[in-house]
Every structure is written in C-alpha cells, then in structure tokens.
Design a binder for this molecule. Structure first.
Ligand code: PBG
Length: 325
C-alpha cells in the first residue's frame, strides 16, 4: 500500500459548480473591446478573407454593428478606417471630414452614451507608403514630424467626439505630444489608451488585408523586437509618465509574460490586443476541425485575463460577450 493521500486538489474540480466557485479568473463582456473597420465609399460590407466573420463596414453597417455590440454588452469599440485616398503624409487622418473622424461621430451619435468609443491613432491606414509616420527625404520614419501629425489627429478625433484615442505608432514621445495637444484644445476628458509595448509581429498579417495596407518592408525601426522584456517595461513606464490612462501590450498570446510584468509594474489598467493573426489561427484550425473553436476562444481570452490584462481587444468580442451574458 502506498501512503494514504490526504491532500486532494482534485476535490475542488469534481463538479461544474465547484469549478465555478473556485475559478480565479472571470471573463465578462464589459472587459472586451471590439476592433471595427470602416471603409470610405463602400456601399456593401467587404469581407476580410483572412479573418472570417470580420468585414470592412460601410458607414451604415458600422452603426448597425456597433448597436449590436453594445446590446451584447461589450466594454468598448476601437475604430480603424480605410480612406479612399492615401498620400505621403496621411492628410485624411487630420481632415475633420476624413472617414475616421466622420465615422467616430457616427458611432458617438449611435452608441456614445452606452459604451466607450475609441479610435486607433496612427497614420498607416492613411499613408500611401503604409508606414505609421511621415518619412524623411531618405525614406526613414521621421519621429518628431510624425508627432505633429499625431497631435493634430488627436484633436480632430476629440472634436469628432471620441472618448479615447489609441496611439499605436510607437513614436517616441507620442503620448506626451497627444496629451499636450488634447489639453491645449480643451479636451482634458479624452483619455489615452497607449499601445505601449507593441512588437514588430508576424501576427499582424491579416490586419494588412483588413486595412488595405500599402506597406512594403517592415516596422522594425519603431515597433519592438520580440526578444525584449526590459525594453517593454521601459516603454510602459514612459507612457505612464507621459500621461497614458491605460497601457496596452500587443500582440497578446505570444506576449503573456509581458502582460504579467506590466500589470505587476504599473498602477494604471493594462490592456492586451488579441490581434488579427491570433484570430485567424484559431478560425483556420477550427475550420479544419483541428481544434474546438468555442473552447479555444474562451481559453485564449481567459488566459489573457489571467496574465493580468483587465481589458482585452478581440475580434470575438461580440460573440464572447453574448456567450458570457
Ligand atoms: C497600426 C495598427 C496595427 C494593428 C493595430 N494598429 C498594424 C501594425 O502595427 O502593423 C494590428 C492589429 C491586428 O493585427 O489585429 N495602426
């Protein structure tokens, strides 16, 4: 006979009610933010083939989808826009009549009292070269000239009614520049969700299709090297010091260690972005019957929350929110 077993962790796993009682991490609809795409001039929603179930919306279908997301209980909406015309400096981003700004105003009028309307603040959807900033004469991304554009874009978005801007360009000093511009324009209540530790990742692949990106090359001179942790913590602390209200780690699943370190390190909410490639991997494997789709979705979202993110951006936000309520 072996020694009698006195301590049995399995005891608390024996039934579904027991497992529910002792669960350490809970997901709720309010934690989830839905990224959405709107395409200027579109007359029908355009499916994004590499992201089954995701579309580039028309202005009308965007409103309708936003209404449904709010009814499902999601905590926020993060808007991206695809302009009809791109140029070297991304003029459409700062134009009050540009697609992102008018679509923000649409969302605010449709659901603005019931959820948080956020806008991605970056130039890559608006530039013909696809980079997140303006370029110098020799083709490098010009950090400080880009900050001026971001500042103007932030004010345009705030004028359109956005509650929160999400600077995602990884320029040095972007949070401080945006905070100063918003405050100078009287938009002290508009908050900043900073993409603080954003890695140069292969997992953004499907997003390039979602925004009709014209990028050739990569973003390695401004987005982070996947090898680095200490640098991520520095970026996170810098953004908090510059005035970020929420800091985000991106992508999520391959960077859960960074999410945990950030959550332990700072006293602002930490968000994580489950990006296009994470979505596409699960959808593609599930379509082949290789994994159970719903279980995989719940498991990834739970794990991101467990790692320390209180807010999760996910293309499954509406579906998951419905399941949770
Ligand atoms: C930049 C931006 C990107 C994503 C969000 N904001 C693209 C990039 O940095 O290359 C990617 C999101 C995703 O892959 O789901 N505007």
């Amino acid at each position: 006979m072996t020694t009698p077993v006195r301590i049995r962790p399995r005891r608390l796993r024996g039934t579904a009610p027991l497992r529910r009682l002792v669960a350490e991490t809970r997901l709720s609809a309010a934690d989830l933010v839905l990224p959405m795409f709107v395409k200027e001039g579109a007359t029908e929603p355009v499916p994004v083939t590499s992201m089954p179930g995701v579309v580039q919306h028309t202005r009308d279908s965007l409103r309708k989808a936003a209404r449904e997301a709010v009814e499902a209980g999601v905590g926020g909406l993060m808007l991206f826009a695809i302009p009809a015309h791109k140029d070297p400096v991304g003029e459409a981003a700062t134009d009050p009549d540009g697609i992102l700004n008018v679509a923000v105003a649409d969302l605010v009028s449709e659901v603005g009292d019931a959820t948080i309307v956020m806008a991605d603040l970056c130039l890559d959807e608006f530039t013909d070269h696809g980079h997140c900033g303006v370029l110098t004469g020799d083709g490098r991304v010009d950090n400080d000239a880009t900050l001026d554009r971001y500042a103007r874009m932030a004010v345009a978005l705030a004028d359109a009614g956005t509650h929160m801007v999400g600077p995602s360009g990884m320029m040095d000093g972007q949070v401080a520049a945006i905070r100063a511009a918003l405050d100078a324009a009287g938009h002290t209540d508009v908050s900043i969700l900073a993409y603080a530790a954003k890695y140069a990742s292969a997992f953004y692949g499907p997003f390039r299709e979602a925004v009709d990106s014209s990028l050739t090359g990569d973003r390695k001179t401004y987005q982070m090297d996947p090898a680095n942790t200490v640098e991520a913590l520095r970026e996170v602390r810098l953004d908090v010091a510059e005035g970020a209200d929420i800091v985000m780690v991106k992508p999520a699943m391959a960077y859960l260690d960074i999410v945990r370190r950030a959550a332990d390190d700072v006293d602002v909410p930490v968000a994580a972005y489950q990006v296009s490639g994470e979505y596409a991997m699960v959808e593609a494997a599930a379509a082949r019957g290789w994994i159970e789709r719903e279980r995989a979705i719940t498991e990834t979202l739970t794990s991101i929350r467990r790692a320390g993110a209180s807010i999760v951006l996910t293309y499954w936000a509406v579906e998951a929110a419905r399941r949770l309520s």
